[in-house]
Design a protein around this ligand. Sequence first.
Ligand code: GLP
Length: 241
Amino acid sequence: MRIIRTRDYKQMSRDAANIISAQVILKPNSVLGLATGSSPIGAYEQLIRWYQKGDLNFSRVRTVNLDEYVGLGFDNHESYKRFMYDNLFSQINIDPANINIPNGCTSDPEEECRRYDGVLRTLGGIDLQLLGLGVNGHIGFNEPADIFAKGTHVVHLSESTIEANKRFFAKAEDVPRSAVTMGIFDIIQADRVLMVASGAGKAQAVKDAFFGPITPRVPASILQFHKDFTLVADEEALSLV
Ligand code: GLP
């Protein structure tokens, strides 16, 4: 485990974007595992700027997103599909055929999980997985549980996650109660994992995940085992360690 300590969110975003861009330069057809939430937005903005300057080319990059709310589709501004287009995909030269996001608007979420696991298999593995960190230590939407979930599955969101994510919705009741997420096994099979964490609100989760025992009660703690895991975090997020 490698920890890169940054002054603030801006520097965290720049460092993370540097790592992602190095991946794309070294392997132009990389499979990038991508994340939503406020943490990666700054890194996406930086990647867009470098693309606009002509320094980056995403034409052969393939992407897989971690998760999606059940019931939300592209026409809903809070869907993760919409988030990804608004914050990254619509502003770079990625081929839409190379974009993969779980479909939240399906009548059969279990079948969608099987389809998505097939997509992951077909891609042949993730080169670099970007992650945020939930306040309860979740990654993707893998909530604290008794076991580490393996593949893509349907989750019922915890009260703390609904509370944390309600800021994106008009009211807490609008936050979907379930989601489709890649599993822990899918995530840790990535060749490299990069997490961004910022702000005092993440300090306890960072401490529990990376300076405490490895346990499914803190899903991100499994990353302590990963052979190439980098945490880029600002001073506030590292304030308890
Ligand atoms: C959501 C996403 C996670 C993300 C987390 C933290 O629950 N499913 O992938 O890491 O939020 O979000 P933020 O970065 O906004 O704190």
